[in-house]
Design a protein around this ligand. Structure first.
Ligand SMILES: *Cc1c(COP(=O)(O)O)cnc(C)c1O
Length: 412
């Protein structure tokens, strides 16, 4: 459920008219709903009830510090994948002990900053990384808490670019090597192996791959305990899918129930790393129609948002619902919605049935709250869009639109 609804024929974010926001802040414009973010966070977090757990929002899904602050105030931790995301998390006031750090290529300086922040744990993705963390921790006279990220070789049935738990993916450590990794971790003096981790992919629309991975990880933990290693944290990663169009992903409640059923009585603290399921449907991208154009084979709607603003359609061929902010009820047509960028891969939708639109009209691109702004760039020297956070009848600018001077500011 999200709070982008039509009122008297025009789209609102909570109690604020999108038309008003576009006229105040311009387009393209990312609009987030605080109420929706809260609702999604609570629905997810409460699915784990009273069981010991920490919900760590995946910063890469939506990295704005105001949004991290909002989620942090509800008790969320964060999952980071870079030193830059650590910087954001700390600026947003997220306590170190609520931060977990994933990713295959952590640099020594990033590891050092994370140790300085006393993060809860590193999700380690190779044995070389484990040794580097040991070295950095030793040089600081401290101990690093770690999980090893297991690659359970489970097919998440999602887009290949966001599948991460197959043996052919670069992520995690394959099971037999992970065993060796834990023995090494146990013996390294500045490493404390407290957890086990997996994250098999993103936009999963059924529970079975999660449960298959969970079963493998639990079995693996059993092995470790026979070898005398007690693992008290189980990090299941993120990946729960959302409805962009026709998908019917499992409700977090069912996800939570299934996970708790399998982990009951095991004396584990669960860590979850949801991104998309919290932020995806809590944000939209508002764009203005610049031109319409008909060629012998296609009708184009040319808008002022492009692949630099929202790359998902170009990168993953993903579907985002697009609708008029002020529906006019004109005849439907099949169109490509494209941006101004000089690439044929620059589109927000292809062969989409939409009511005819005219120059100057506003369109809303739904489900843009996750992997939207955070993946945006300045390609074609387009200043990045502004971001606005709405709560009730109030809108707050949480990132101003970039200027042309911002584009060149670092070029001396
Ligand atoms: C991207 C990512 C997530 C978040 O995935 P969602 O599909 O947005 O829930 C969680 N953990 C790790 C390690 C990731 O790389």
């Amino acid at each position: 459920m999200h709070l982008f609804q039509y009122r008297e024929g025009s789209l609102f974010a909570e109690d604020v008219s999108i038309i008003d926001l576009a006229s105040t802040y311009g387009t393209p414009l990312y609009v987030y709903s605080a109420g929706t973010l809260e609702r999604h966070y609570r629905a997810f977090d409460s699915a784990f009830g009273k069981a010991a757990h920490l919900t760590c929002f995946s910063v890469k899904a939506c990295s704005n510090i105001h949004i991290l602050k909002l989620l942090g105030s509800l008790g969320a931790g964060v999952d980071i994948v870079s030193g830059g995301e650590l910087h954001r998390a700390l600026l947003a006031g997220i306590p170190g002990r609520r931060i977990v750090y994933s990713g295959v290529g952590k640099r020594p300086d990033e590891i050092r900053s994370a140790l300085e922040a006393d993060i809860l744990m590193f999700n380690v993705e190779s044995l070389q990384e484990l040794r580097t963390i040991e070295e950095v921790a030793a040089s600081m006279g401290t101990t690093a808490r770690v999980s090893l990220r297991i690659n359970p070789d489970v097919d998440p049935h999602t887009h290949p670019y966001i599948s991460t738990g197959l043996q052919k993916n670069k992520f995690g450590i394959e099971m037999t090597q992970a065993l060796e990794g834990y023995m090494l971790a146990r013996d390294l003096p500045h490493i404390d192996p407290i957890g086990i981790d997996c994250h098999i992919g993103s936009q999963l629309t059924s529970l079975s791959p999660f449960l298959e991975a969970l079963d493998k990880v639990l079995e693996f933990r059993e092995h470790l305990s026979i070898l005398g290693l007690d693992i008290s944290y189980l990090d299941l990663g993120g990946g729960l899918g959302i409805t962009y169009g026709e998908e019917t992903p499992p409700h977090p409640r069912d996800f939570g129930r299934a996970v708790l059923e399998r982990t009951k009585g095991l004396n584990l603290t669960l860590v979850l790393e949801p991104g998309r399921v919290i932020a995806g449907n809590a944000g939209i991208l508002v764009t203005e129609v610049l031109y319409t154009k008909t060629t012998p084979s296609k009708q184009f709607v040319i808008v002022d948002a492009a692949m630099n603003d929202l790359v998902r359609p170009s990168l993953y061929a993903s579907y985002h619902r697009i609708a008029e902010v002020l529906p006019h009820g004109r005849t439907e047509q099949t169109v490509d919605v494209v941006g101004p960028i000089c690439e044929s891969g620059d589109f927000l939708a292809r062969d989409r049935v939409l009511p005819a639109v005219e120059q100057g009209e506003l369109l809303a691109v739904f489900s843009a709250g996750a992997y939207g702004f955070s993946m945006s760039s300045q390609y074609n020297s387009r200043p990045r869009a502004a971001e606005v956070l709405v709560r009730g009848d109030t809108a707050k600018s949480i990132r101003r639109r970039e200027t042309y001077d911002d584009l060149t500011a670092l070029e001396g």
